[in-house]
Design a protein around this ligand. Sequence first.
Ligand code: IMP
Ligand code: MG
Length: 196
Amino acid sequence: MKTNSGGGPGGMEGDLAEILITAEEIRRRLAELAAEIERDHEGRDLTIVGILTGSLIFLSDLLRLLRIPLRVDFVGAASYGAAIESSGELTVTKTLGLDVRGRDVLLVDDILDTGHTLQRIRRMIARHDPRSIELCVFLDKPERRRIPIEADYVGFTIPDRFVVGYGLDYAERYRNLPFVGVLKESVTGPGNATQG
Ligand code: IMP
Ligand code: MG
């Protein structure tokens, strides 16, 4: 099949310095994660809440592996500031649609970085009186944490590098890469490729 996303000029993959996590590694890890989540929630009625837009790919792959009763909802969050640094200033663009009172909520995001986003959203959901709120993230960058918050389920723990793909964006691009990669400095600008 001919595609425009190969390593050639103008293709997305040509913008990458390296691939950090392959599609096959993601597939294998998600099977383990799904088994863990199933085991921990057997006999309970789960409400999964994804944070738009970054959780999109991770969540949709994870959902297809979960064979327990569940409902799905989304909340929207946008952080302003530079494309790479989460500023801590967050605008909620979509609130919960489902009633989660007395329910077990699993909040899903693409990456736990400074922790601002998940803390804000977790507080917002807590106001709806769920029975419990657990956190599930595809990636965890513990070195960058500024808020003391940990996820209950983590796909991969990664070093302090700015990554794209599998839902993660740089200026809203690269989300559709089926793996996780590191952008070349020529794309992000010098000094921006890694944070901190
Ligand atoms: P936090 O609020 O600093 O924890 O950041 C969470 C949000 O920042 C994520 O949902 C992403 O949208 C974004 N983010 C943090 N690190 C990266 C990265 O390496 N690549 C792409 N987006 C990132
Ligand atoms: Mg983002």
